[in-house]
Design a protein around this ligand. Structure first.
Ligand code: IPD
Length: 328
């Protein structure tokens, strides 16, 4: 499968899967369907799983197997804690419930995330928040959409110029690793971004943490967040969002911070989106930047790389194992 028309068929199918899975999530969220039965994961008491996560993954995988029996499947609930591989074969990457803690707490930022990759390239992405009824979708080369009707970024599909870092709204997630060294590194990075410029900080305009990496990516695609950074999430959290951000004109690059890291050094050049390591678990997404139509059209992309590079100067790297490694 390599034809664009086939990707469109995959997109339509992925949207219907997201809607079916989303309905199960919505009913459970409203206390009308499956009981949540939330429990902590065996290896981490800060990481939750519910009966709905497992049910929705089984439901979605069953439907994919019926329609595309030869395709590979990677899902949070079956892959977590197991060795797994993203091969060149057509592969579905599913997070049945992204934002499980939100789901269990009744906080309405919950999504099902479904991506499709061929030759390790992400070509289709769908993220659906059934509580707010917001469906984000994208197919390579065909733009990104909200509820299939509104082209992203909002409000008009045309991006605004990017502001300097000090005027940005910065999205992040703290993740579920509560180790002291990881926490102090992460919070140090966030503090530097918030700190007054006169004290060496970036003094960003504000920070937001919505509790779902997939929805953070969609907020970047939408143009609501200027940036989103996370180290430690997994391919299934960001795969669909990556297609959506890119198709909205934005960029996803390695989120390996350059602050006080002798190995990484300070990037001398603006970051390179082609070097993005899908399995690296370090992500920085930048919203689309408009440029003056009379100016060089590549200027928008140059300003995205520059903003990414500026943000990375304040962010400290955190060591994580790569996705798919047996110890993950
Ligand atoms: C988590 C959420 C959270 C992020 C974690 C993810 P889950 O996904 O996206 O915002 O910080 O890294 O694992 O477990 O709710 O599907």
């Amino acid at each position: 499968m390599a034809q664009q028309s086939e990707y469109q068929e995959v997109l339509t199918f992925a949207i219907s899967l997201a809607q079916q899975g989303g309905e199960v999530i919505r009913q459970a969220f409203d206390g009308q369907g499956l009981a949540l039965n939330a429990r902590v994961k065996a290896d981490n008491p800060s990481d939750l799983v519910t009966a709905v996560d497992e049910y929705v993954e089984t439901l979605v995988f069953g439907k994919i197997k019926e329609r595309f029996p030869t395709h590979c499947l990677i899902g949070e609930e079956t892959a977590s804690g197991q060795p797994w591989k993203l091969t060149t074969d057509p592969t579905w990457i599913v997070d049945p419930v992204d934002g499980t803690t939100n789901f269990a707490q009744g906080f309405p930022f919950v999504a099902i995330s479904i991506a499709f990759a061929v030759d390790r390239e992400l070509v289709v992405g769908v993220v659906y928040n059934p509580i707010l009824d917001e469906l984000y979708s994208a197919c390579q080369g065909h733009g990104a959409w909200l509820n299939q009707t509104r082209r992203l970024p909002l409000p008009s599909g045309v991006p605004k110029p990017l502001p300097p870092l000090s005027q940005c709204l910065f999205g992040f997630e703290h993740g579920s690793d509560r180790t002291h060294s990881v926490l102090s590194s992460r919070l140090g990075s966030l503090a530097r971004l918030l700190e007054k410029t006169e004290n060496g900080g970036a003094q960003v305009r504000g920070m937001r943490c919505v509790g779902s990496g997939a929805l953070d990516m969609c907020l970047v695609a939408r143009g609501s967040l200027d940036l989103y950074w996370e180290i430690g999430s997994h391919l299934w959290d960001i795969a669909a969002g990556t297609v959506i951000v890119r198709e909205a004109g934005g960029m996803v690059v390695n989120g390996q911070g350059a602050f006080a890291n002798p190995q990484a050094g300070i990037p001398k050049e603006p970051v390179d989106e082609l070097a993005f390591d899908l399995m690296g678990r370090k992500y920085l997404a930048i919203r689309a930047a408009g440029s003056d139509p009379s100016a060089d059209p590549t200027l928008g992309r140059t300003s995205m790389r520059q903003l990414a590079s500026d943000a990375l100067q304040y962010l400290e790297d955190i060591q994580v194992t790569r996705d798919g490694d047996p110890e993950n």
